[in-house]
Write a protein that binds this ligand. Structure first.
Ligand SMILES: NC(=O)c1ccc[n+]([C@@H]2O[C@H](COP(=O)([O-])OP(=O)(O)OC[C@H]3O[C@@H](n4cnc5c(N)ncnc54)[C@H](OP(=O)(O)O)[C@@H]3O)[C@@H](O)[C@H]2O)c1
Length: 280
């Protein structure tokens, strides 16, 4: 594989560096601004391209790592270049490979290759990308080769139905991005208890990480702890009393889901009092 990156942002930097470190040839970077592409090329020890045609010519696999809303525009620029037999890939979680709708007419193969991972640091995320699952779908011709390539780097890979991408991405957003929202609420509540914001964030880290590890190891039921699991209606009541507005609504809805998990774990336990407190 000779992989070229169009779009030198967080994913472009990270995936390019990861592939290069894994012994895969990375040709280089083209981006909207020369500065980003030069920086990514320097970071990965690859080439900077000032023209789309140059990177397309030198690469057999193109990763379009631009924001989802710009994939169509970039495709318009690529699709009239000589792309016969090339793999055209994007990394969007929610859009399928049909974003490259007329790839087949052009003799090219189209793929969506999504790392199920929060890539937040363009200089460091590559170091832990081996832990990420990838969800891939696209043209049958080179799909297995792409899957094998990712597996050879140590990643788990799942084929996904292109029609299910919105649902798949929704799952990722709820677990990853919504945890950020919950952490923000937690930090706010802790600062009202006298923690500095920084201390609050540091204190939340082990709570979140410990849960994440236990969920991965044994599933949500085994990871569940806390007053809802114990059917402790008094504590649930005290929480509902100090909360208000949107935060109270979030607590209520998530606790209802927790009760469902708790009932699976302890079918013999009576959760009716806790349920009543959540309805008040
Ligand atoms: N970040 C994540 O956690 C994550 C995880 C999985 C998948 N993804 C997917 O990966 C893709 C890229 O996301 P990202 O987080 O890397 O975004 P990002 O950090 O905002 O980077 C996007 C890059 O695309 C470049 N760009 C924008 N419009 C362009 C155009 N018309 N032509 C060429 N380059 C253009 C920008 O370049 P300049 O810097 O030159 O302006 C920017 O650096 C998206 O499809 C996203 O859904 C993201």
């Amino acid at each position: 594989m000779k992989a070229g990156f169009i779009g030198a942002g967080k994913v472009g930097f990270t995936l390019g560096k990861y592939l290069a470190e894994g012994g895969i040839t990375v040709t280089g970077y083209y981006s909207r601004t020369a500065r980003s592409a030069r920086e990514a090329a320097a970071f990965t020890g690859t080439r900077y391209y000032d023209k789309l045609a140059g990177i397309v010519k030198d690469s057999d696999t193109l990763f379009v790592t631009v924001p989802d809303g710009a994939i169509g525009e970039v495709w318009k620029g690529i699709c009239n270049l000589p792309i016969k037999n090339k793999n055209i890939c994007h990394c969007s979680g929610s859009i399928s490979s049909t974003a490259f709708f007329n790839a087949c007419e052009k003799g090219a193969y189209r793929y969506s290759i999504h790392p199920l991972y929060a890539i937040s640091d363009k200089y460091n995320s590559y170091k832990t990308l081996k832990n990420a699952y990838f969800a891939v779908e696209g043209s049958p011709e080179n799909l297995q080769e792409i899957i094998n390539c990712l597996r050879s780097l140590g990643n788990k890979v799942t084929s996904i139905d292109p029609q299910k991408k919105a649902q798949y991405h929704c799952a990722a957003v709820m677990v990853s991005n919504h945890t950020v929202a919950l952490a923000d609420i937690g930090a706010e509540l802790l600062t009202e208890c006298g923690f500095s914001r920084r201390d609050a964030e540091l204190a939340l880290g082990p709570l979140i990480a410990g849960n994440a590890l236990k969920i991965a190891e044994a599933g949500p039921e085994q990871a569940l702890t806390g007053p809802v699991e114990r059917a402790d209606a008094g504590t649930v009541k005290s929480h509902m009393r100090i909360l208000s507005g949107e935060t109270k609504e979030i607590y209520r809805l998530l606790s209802k889901r927790l009760i469902a998990v708790a009932k699976r774990k302890h079918p013999e336990r009576d959760y009716r009092d806790a349920e009543k407190e959540l309805e008040k």
